[in-house]
Design a protein around this ligand. Sequence first.
Ligand SMILES: Cc1cc2nc3c(=O)[nH]c(=O)nc-3n(C[C@H](O)[C@H](O)[C@H](O)COP(=O)(O)OP(=O)(O)OC[C@H]3O[C@@H](n4cnc5c(N)ncnc54)[C@H](O)[C@@H]3O)c2cc1C
Length: 422
Amino acid sequence: MAGIVLFIVSCLMFIIGKLSPSSSISLPRELLTHYICNKLRLDNDAIELASRDYGKLVQETPLGVLYPSLVDDIATLVKFSYDSPNPFSIAARGRSHSIRGQAMAHNGVVVQMTSLKHSSYDSGIRVVRNPSSLLGFYADVGGGELWIDVLLATLEHGLAPVSWTDYLHLTVGGTLSNAGISGQAFVYGPQISNVHEMDVITGKGELVTCSKHINSELFYAVLGGLGQFGIITRARVALGKAPNRVKWVKMLYHDFSSFTRDQEHLISINGGLDYLEGFVVVNQSPPSNLRSSFFSPADQLKINSLVAKHGVIYCLEVVKYYDDLTIDTIEKELPLLLKGLNYLPGFIFKKDKSFVEFLNRVRIGEIELEETGTQDVPHPWLNLFVPKSTIMDFNAGVFLEILKKQNKNKGPILVYPMNRNK
Ligand SMILES: Cc1cc2nc3c(=O)[nH]c(=O)nc-3n(C[C@H](O)[C@H](O)[C@H](O)COP(=O)(O)OP(=O)(O)OC[C@H]3O[C@@H](n4cnc5c(N)ncnc54)[C@H](O)[C@@H]3O)c2cc1C
C-alpha cells in the first residue's frame, strides 16, 4: 500500500512575529560564572541569529547561545538546568532550517550544534569499512555534521549513506529529529530507518548510548522526536557502496491518475530504480524551481506552453545509479524500466550527472535564489502523508480546485509515493 508524501513551499508573504518584549528574566548567576560560560554567547548578534529560522514565520528570543567544542559542554549545560531550582529551556540548533521555531528556546539557551563540527575528538565523521562487521559498512557521525560533509567523507571510501533528504546542507541531528525523506525512501525507508546506534544527552544531562537493543525506548523516542527527548551527539549511519554517476530522467503527464499509477508501478519493481519523486507544475511555477535548472531554455518553452494549455501538469522524476561496472548495461536497463509508462509523447528529458551533482542539486537552486535575493522570504511549508485511497480526491480538491483556479503558486510541490512498510 502506498501513501503519498507532499512538500509544499510557497513564497507568500507573512507578517513576522515581533521580538518578545525585553524582560528582566536572566540565566542563573551560577551558570554565568561556570567554566562553560566561556562558550556561552549573550551578545545581540548570537541572540538574533538563534531567534530566527528558515521559515521566518516565528521568532523566539533565547537568553544565551552555547557554542560547544566538546560533547561534555552540552551535557554540563543540560545537567545544570536539570539540577537548578529554576530550570530553563534548551534547544539544539542545527542549521535552523526548520520553519516554525523548532530549534528556538524562549528565555532559554540554544545549543549551536554545528560548532562541534570538526572541533571535537568525539564528533566528526569516522567511516568503518570492516567486512566482518555484522552491521556492514557504517559511519559514526557527529550530530552537528552536515549531510554534504558526510557524503564527501564517505565517498573517499567508495561508500555513501543510502537514504537522503533532497537538500544536504542540513545537520545529521536535525534531520534525524524529523525523519529525513527523499526519493530513496521507497527502497530504504527514511533516514531514521537507517541508523544503528546513537549517543544522546538526555534531559538529565547524561550521555547515553542507545540502539534497537540497548536503551531502545530512548532510541525510538529520539529518532523523529523533534528534539524533545534528548540531544543527538553521534549517530551510527548505515552505508552502501556508492555509484559514480546517475541517469536522471523527467517525464511529463497531463493525467494525474496515469502519473500516480506509473509512480506506484515503478516503486513496486524490485531492484529497479534508485530514486523516484515527482512534482506538480502550475502556471507561474518554473518547472525547475529550487531543484536545479534541469530543463534547457528550449525545453522550458515547450513545457510552459503545455502548462498554459492544461493549467496543471505533473512531472515524474527518476534516477538510476551506475558505475564503471554497469556503464555498459545502463543504457539498455533504463529503457526497459521505463517501458510502457504513459507520459506525454515527446515529453521525456534525460541528464547524465555525477552522483554528487545529483544529490547536491537543491543547493545549486538555493545559490541561484540567494543571488537574486528571493530566498530571503518566509517559507510556509507543509508535509503530508495522504493515503493512496484518497490521493485522487486530493488532486481534484487541492491541485485542480485550488491551485489551478487561483493560479498563484510559486513554490515547489512534490508528490511521490511511499511504501507504508518502510
Ligand atoms: C531547502 C530545504 C529542503 C529540505 N528538504 C527536505 C527533504 O527533502 N526531506 C526532508 O526530510 N526534509 C527536508 N527539509 C527539512 C529538514 O529536514 C528539516 O527542516 C531539518 O530539521 C533541518 O535540519 P537542521 O539541521 O536545519 O535542523 P534544525 O532546524 O536546526 O532543527 C530541527 C529540529 O531538530 C532538533 N535538533 C537539531 N539538532 C539536534 C540534535 N543534534 N539532537 C536532537 N535534536 C536536534 C531541533 O531542536 C529542532 O527541533 C528541507 C529543508 C529545507 C530548508
